[in-house]
Design a protein around this ligand. Structure first.
Ligand code: NI
Length: 183
């Protein structure tokens, strides 16, 4: 595999604060290429051979805005088995419903745009249902739970210019811990 040439914006870049725009279909060839580049990049970042060779930080999600493109598209690459991956390409997502229950990632969330360790609780819905469009513009729905629910909410925040660090209470990073379940 060849590492795609993509440049991921850092958290201090103001572009990351832009709200992304709804995408019209059909997708341009450029957008399709960007989607494929992101899938390849995220996959390689989770395979030891490649993350060592290219000095990559492992990541499972990227939104277009992190490459400076303000479009409502994000990609998640989940390792479902050893070096076996499932890809989600999500365009124009909208939350339909969510659980009452809140969860948080015990070891903290990470983001390829945030190049530092950040501790603290990021409250997320344990489960949610969203509508979205696939790469061909078909209307779809998906129900997600646990870590994939967290990943989807993290990426949907990017589309609204929000970073996970914004959601951590500055004075008390572990505030309301007892009201949520750790995953
Ligand atoms: Ni992120």
């Amino acid at each position: 595999m060849e590492l795609p040439k993509i440049k991921i914006l850092d958290e201090f870049d103001k572009t990351l604060r832009k709200k992304s725009m709804e995408v019209k279909f059909p997708l341009s060839d450029e957008d399709k290429k960007t989607i494929n580049d992101i899938i390849t990049y995220l996959t390689m970042s989770q395979i030891k051979k490649y993350y060592e060779e290219y000095n990559l930080r492992p990541g499972m999600g990227l939104a277009f805005i992190q490459l400076g493109i303000p479009k409502d598209i994000f990609v998640i690459v989940e390792e479902i088995d050893e070096e076996k991956f499932e890809n989600y390409v999500i365009i124009n997502p909208k939350m339909i419903s969510h659980s009452e229950e809140l969860i948080y990632v015990g070891e903290g969330e990470g983001c390829l745009s945030v190049n530092r360790d950040v501790v603290g609780i990021v409250p997320r819905f344990a489960r949610m249902r969203i509508s979205y469009q696939d790469i061909d513009g078909n209307n779809c729905e998906i129900r997600v739970r646990e870590d994939i629910s967290v990943a989807f909410q993290h990426e949907m925040d990017h589309l609204n210019g929000i970073l996970f660090v914004d959601k951590i209470d500055k004075k008390n990073p572990f505030k309301d811990k007892e009201k949520m379940r750790e995953i």
